[in-house]
Structure formats: structure tokens, C-alpha cells
Design a protein around this ligand. Structure first.
Ligand code: SF4
Length: 363
């Protein structure tokens, strides 16, 4: 175990997590757990900071030391420069320098009141450091129009970050989530209207919890706004989450017990059904449906583009992504222009999935 001390504060590295007073303030990419992003939680989970939303399946439930004991953190202080300390840790790693994603306030909701200023100050600190990382903001809370405008202003500062807001909104039967559905629908619409990169994040999807009527309704409401940024994703299960569901008399889905703490795959037929509802609604409304994706990384690619997975060039829209979803590549001049071109051409190229990557850009 490594131990870092700064005056009164002690941070310890346990596995891939930096712990402060027993709370994981920073998770680093971990090959063993197949985690490819930094999880930045620069706070302590006291009554203000812990997530109040209480989703029945929350990964925080698996923790026996902090989520259920906010009173233990009431009189404990975090360093005032905790954000900077943790960013120093991130950029001391090769992954941090390479631009690996940084996910904000995962062990709470980044848009609850107490974290809003924190999110802006993290973004400003990253911009000041000239960081070029992907940044994930995953939320179930509408933070209000004025905050969204401030977020937009922050993102208008010249920067190389690729920030995406993932609005988690799966169509679930009652009992699994308390967060307002209407608030999340509105949030997606407002983000789109303001031009803030965002995705409809259908997570967690669980066949036994699925509300099909709600899925149709959400698809009809949201696809006209966000048809190019849809992500389907499964549930993270563990014995603790199972116990929490049982305690609430909710359905425990089948899960792979050899993979606790990892995301469960969507059954193929269930995923096909979801995709077919999305396609049906898109054709009903005569709108083009973009790639329906499975990861936040692809969601960010859909908004910003990131380095090509085939040729490893950082300044182009990923060829693998283009080939897989659009059926062809276009020589990159500028990523944003390319994205526009792809969208204009997406109907035309969708039937031509046999094309090869353009060679001239890959040498
Ligand atoms: S919003 Fe996120 S952190 Fe909060 S309870 Fe739900 S899953 Fe957990």
C-alpha cells in the first residue's frame, strides 16, 4: 500500500482507488477490472455530498463503510485543494497524459446542488492545465437552466477537452428509480438546445424491470432531439446490490456471479427489441437514427471524435467507428466538419457496409 501525506490529510492507494478517510476519491484505470477511465470524486460523502436519489440498484449500496454512514463524515475535512491534488495524481500517469476519460462525481450525482460548483471548478482547472481528456458527466438531475448556461460558458473557453453529459434515463417499472423522468427528458432537450454535447444513456437496462410502454413514449419524445446520441447499457450487479433489491422487495435479475461489480451484458434478444423500437420510432417520425452505442466512450466519439482506433491518429474521427456505424470513412480535414458530413451522408451510406478504411489517411 502506498501512502501519501499532505499535512493533516492522508491518502492511501488501495488497489486502483485512492482513499481519503475510507472514501474512494479517485479511481484510476485498472486492467484487472477492465476500467479504462478515472473516477474523480473530490469530496467526502457527508449528508450534503452523498447522493440523495437512492436508486434501488445503486453501486454505492455495495459499500459498507461510507454510503450508509454520512454522519461519520460530518466533522471530517477534505483538503481545500483536493481537486488539484487529485488532478496531479491523474496527470502523473501515462493514461492521464494520453487523455483517458475522467468521470466526475460518480459516487454521487454531479448535478445535485452541492456538486454543481465543483463540476465547474474541475472543468476550469482542467482547461487551465490545457488537458485534452474526455470528460464524462453522468446524471439524473436537471440542475436548472442558469447552471446549464454557466456550463455552456465554461465549455466555450478555448479548450481541448471532450466533455459529454450522459443523462441516465432507462425505461423502468416503478420502484427502481426515484429521479424525475420529466426532469431528465427536459434536461436532454435543454442540453441539445444549448448545444452542450450529450447522450441519452439508457442505463441500467434490465429485461425484468423493463417498461415497454415507457420505452415507446420516451423514444417518441426524445428521438427528435437526440437520435444520433443513444447508448444502451446494462446493470452492475453484486451480492450487496442483490441484498438491497431483496430488502426492497424488488426483482433480482439473473446475473453472472463470476462477474460481481461488472456490467452485465444485455441479452441479445432484449437488445434487438430495444433497437427495433428505436428504429421503428425513427422511421415513424422520418428522422435518421445515428449509431445506437454501448459505451460512454462511443457516446463521446459520437459527439466529439477521438483518436482513431485503426491508425491511432488523434486528429481524426475514428475510422473503425465510421466503418462500423456509417459504412465508410471520409478523409479527415477537421473532426467537426467530418461529423457534419457523416450525418448528412448517413442515410446515403448506411447501405454500403462493405467499404474499406481510406488508406491515404493511415500511412
Ligand atoms: S443517481 Fe447514481 S449515485 Fe445517485 S443513487 Fe442513483 S445510481 Fe446511485
Amino acid at each position: 500500500m502506498n501512502t501519501d501525506k499532505n499535512t493533516a490529510f492522508e491518502m492511501t492507494l488501495q488497489g486502483s482507488q485512492y482513499m481519503l478517510h475510507g472514501f474512494p476519491v479517485l479511481g484510476v484505470p485498472d486492467e484487472e477490472r477492465a476500467v479504462k477511465y478515472f473516477s474523480l470524486n473530490p469530496f467526502l460523502p457527508n449528508a450534503q455530498n452523498r447522493c440523495p436519489i437512492e436508486c434501488a440498484y445503486c453501486v454505492c449500496h455495495q459499500d459498507r463503510d461510507w454510503h450508509h454512514y454520512p454522519q461519520n463524515f460530518q466533522d471530517v475535512l477534505a483538503p481545500v485543494d483536493l481537486v488539484d491534488l487529485l488532478l496531479d495524481r491523474i496527470f502523473a500517469t501515462k493514461e492521464g497524459q494520453k487523455g483517458f476519460p475522467i468521470s466526475l462525481c460518480d459516487y454521487s450525482d454531479p448535478f445535485i446542488p452541492t456538486h454543481r460548483e465543483r463540476v465547474l471548478s474541475i472543468l476550469n482547472a482542467l482547461i487551465d492545465r490545457k488537458a485534452a481528456n474526455l470528460v464524462y458527466i453522468t446524471t439524473k438531475v436537471h440542475p436548472g437552466q442558469s447552471f446549464l448556461e454557466r456550463l455552456k460558458t465554461t465549455l466555450e473557453r478555448p479548450n481541448s477537452l471532450r466533455v459529454t453529459v450522459f443523462v441516465s434515463l432507462p425505461p423502468l417499472k416503478p420502484g427502481y428509480e426515484q429521479a424525475s423522468i420529466q426532469g431528465r427528458v427536459q434536461l436532454l432537450q435543454d442540453l441539445v438546445n444549448l448545444g452542450i454535447p450529450c447522450c441519452w444513456y439508457l442505463r441500467p437496462l434490465v429485461e425484468q424491470w423493463f417498461d415497454e410502454a415507457l420505452m415507446w413514449q420516451l423514444a417518441r419524445t426524445l428521438l427528435p432531439h437526440i437520435s444520433h446520441h443513444v447508448i444502451l447499457s446494462g446493470l452492475v450487479m453484486s451480492e450487496e446490490i442483490e441484498a438491497s433489491l431483496l430488502k426492497q422487495e424488488l426483482i433480482v435479475p439473473e446475473w453472472d456471479r463470476t462477474q460481481p461489480g461488472r456490467k452485465q451484458y444485455l441479452p441479445l434478444e432484449f437488445e434487438s427489441k430495444l433497437r427495433s423500437i428505436l428504429s421503428t420510432v425513427a422511421s415513424e417520425q422520418n428522422i435518421s437514427l445515428g449509431p445506437v452505442m454501448g459505451h460512454r466512450l462511443c457516446g463521446t466519439n459520437g459527439n466529439h471524435a477521438y483518436g482513431c482506433l485503426i491508425c491511432a491518429k488523434q486528429n481524426r474521427y475514428c475510422q473503425l467507428f465510421q466503418l462500423h456505424h456509417y459504412g465508410e470513412t471520409i478523409a479527415a480535414e477537421d473532426n467537426q466538419r467530418l461529423k457534419t458530413l457523416l450525418r448528412q451522408d448517413s442515410v446515403k451510406v448506411s447501405s454500403s457496409l462493405q467499404r474499406e478504411p481510406s488508406t491515404e489517411e493511415c500511412r
